[in-house]
Design a binder for this molecule. Structure first.
Ligand SMILES: C[S@@+](CC[C@H](N)C(=O)[O-])C[C@H]1O[C@@H](n2cnc3c(N)ncnc32)[C@H](O)[C@@H]1O
Length: 282
């Protein structure tokens, strides 16, 4: 018989502020003053698992020097991972119709792969959408080579991304021809799911990257970075810092794509707007 879970008391205000600060320091995710319930909903089970009955004890535990794994867990639990295949579809048409035609000739001439990074990839739909766009491009340009990294701060969500198994309804935005080409329908216990075929899945490298870590584990600058629908969780100074870091991670002539609602009001020097939420490094 399962023991009943330890009852957990509500989050006192001072502890709430400490937790919010810890989350900010380690991810730059800024929770507003009115997110007590959200935080409680996300963390309650974790406390029960740890056998803790109060957020004060949990906070103490997080502050134990060397408990980096528990802080990682905390950030993981508060991250919001909503995403979709072909989300904001005009970005993918823009990649196909404008970005790739501008990048492919020089990549082919230099015999260099195009390096692409889905930088807040969540459960992988964005990265696999990009992988499909690239795989389709190689049908036209047989010599085209490409590399794709999918990263996120949350290890839990990255593991789901690497599995590449999605409910059939999640795959609804994928055009039928691409679905047939790049996915396998599940049967038996996997009925109702679709799995990314290994040929495509193996093209994506999954890696935990905090967008604010000192140095990104990239061997070379990227040609295309998708960093969409994550800036909204950061404050203005963090956004500016991140845009600078991402710009520095692009080749000149490379592209940075942000969510439609994240379009920059003030485009920094060194970037030029080329489409809604799409910037080219000068
Ligand atoms: C809403 S999802 C966006 C997914 C996808 N880019 C899209 O537009 O559909 C935001 C993702 O950003 C990740 N994230 C939040 N803070 C981060 C950070 N500091 N570094 C890396 N990823 C972070 C979250 O874990 C989450 O999976």
């Amino acid at each position: 018989m399962n023991a009943s879970p330890v009852p957990v008391s509500a989050i006192p205000n001072d502890v709430y502020r400490k937790l919010v600060d810890l989350i900010y320091v380690h991810s730059r995710i800024r929770l507003g003053p009115d997110k007590h319930t959200l935080l409680d909903n996300r963390l309650r089970k974790r406390l029960q698992l740890l056998g803790l009955s109060s957020y004060t004890d949990y906070c103490q535990r997080l502050r134990t020097p060397g408990d980096a794994a528990e802080i990682e867990e905390l950030v993981d639990l508060v991250s919001t991972n909503h995403t979709a295949f072909f989300r904001e579809p005009s970005h993918f048409s823009f990649v196909k119709d404008h970005i790739l035609p501008s990048l492919i000739p020089s990549a082919l001439a230099a015999r260099e792969p195009l390096r692409i990074w889905s930088a807040a990839a969540a459960s992988g739909e964005e990265a696999y959408t990009l992988a499909m766009v690239m795989a389709e491009a190689t049908r036209e340009f047989a010599d085209l080579r490409w590399e794709l990294i999918a990263s996120d701060i949350s290890r839990r969500i990255l593991m789901a991304a690497a599995r590449g198994i999605y409910k059939t309804e999640v795959c609804a935005p994928i055009p039928a021809q691409l679905l047939r080409r790049y996915f396998q329908e599940g049967f038996g216990v996997r009925q109702g799911t679709c799995r990314v075929k290994n040929e495509l899945r193996n093209r994506v490298r999954f890696e935990r990257i905090n967008l604010f870590q000192a140095k990104y584990p990239l061997t070379k600058p990227q040609h295309l970075i998708f960093c969409r629908n994550v800036m909204i969780y950061f404050d203005e100074p963090s956004r500016e810092e991140l845009i600078e870091k991402l710009t520095q991670s692009l080749v000149p002539g490379g592209y940075l794509v942000m969510g439609h609602s994240e379009s920059l009001l003030r485009v920094p020097q060194g970037l030029q707007t080329v489409h809604q939420g799409v910037y080219c490094r000068l």
